[in-house]
Design a protein around this ligand. Sequence first.
Ligand SMILES: CCCCCCCCCCCCC/C=C/C(=O)SCCNC(=O)CCNC(=O)[C@H](O)C(C)(C)COP(=O)(O)OP(=O)(O)OC[C@H]1O[C@@H](n2cnc3c(N)ncnc32)[C@H](O)[C@@H]1OP(=O)(O)O
Length: 242
Amino acid sequence: MASSEEDGTVEEKENNNKKRTKSSLATAWLTFYNIAMTAGWLVLAMTMMRFYIQKGTHKGLYRSIARTLKFFQTFALVEVGHCAIGIVRTSVIVTGVQVCSRIFMVWFITNSIRQIQNEESVILFLVVWTVTEITRYSYYTFNLLNHLPYFIKWARYNFFIILYPLGVIGELLTIYAALPFVRRSGMYSLRLPNKYNVSFDYYYCLIIVMLSYIPLFPQLYFHMLRQRRRVLHGEVIVEKDD
Ligand SMILES: CCCCCCCCCCCCC/C=C/C(=O)SCCNC(=O)CCNC(=O)[C@H](O)C(C)(C)COP(=O)(O)OP(=O)(O)OC[C@H]1O[C@@H](n2cnc3c(N)ncnc32)[C@H](O)[C@@H]1OP(=O)(O)O
């Protein structure tokens, strides 16, 4: 009896040690990740400002930041992994939709269609994303370091009220601007007859993507409003599991 109690205690201690190691490893990784992402988006902000001050136009701005943007936005895919392995308390689905829609915008729209890179709508979503990400990653960093200034917390859970809809407007206008080029070029499309006997029309795919904002965006927005009530007003919110 005594020995099994001792075994239990040893096992519990081992489990606690494992959890502590895992959580301090996770905290170290998240701190590194968030600092790197804050720095990346700060570099993007500074490059955009310098470009605009020097050239006095937004034309060519996308090309000047394309590489850095592609790198940091694509790297954000690891956030879906963070949720999946449970080191952050966030839904895989919510994070997945957010990250994938951004990657889609970067790689399959803006990067693929040169003719739309100078559209004002591209600058709109780039500026909105940049402000959002600098605020979001610095919030996570300071939070992990237990030194969170109130104005960063406030900014994280208030800026999105305006920035989220603005970002969506920028993205939708950009996809809309891309439609004629996609239709004319037939890019990423597969016409019949072909050896696989399948057809795919990227033009209609983009229309479906635009329509999918109607059910998906409100869910992301209301998720953030719930987070805001929880963090700023201390409300206890019961979220549904994935
Ligand atoms: C294949 C094609 C698909 C196309 C589909 C198209 C449809 C698209 C529809 C909608 C598209 C929207 C497009 C939007 C674009 C924009 O971004 S516009 C700019 C404005 N945007 C925003 O303000 C949104 C910002 N986005 C987010 O904040 C996230 O992506 C989120 C997933 C919505 C955030 O949710 P969540 O993580 O749940 O909120 P938090 O409160 O921040 O975090 C919860 C807890 O998790 C901890 N945490 C999360 N990440 C980290 C981290 N990296 N490091 C450390 N900790 C982290 C956080 O601290 C919280 O912890 P607790 O406080 O302990 O709970």
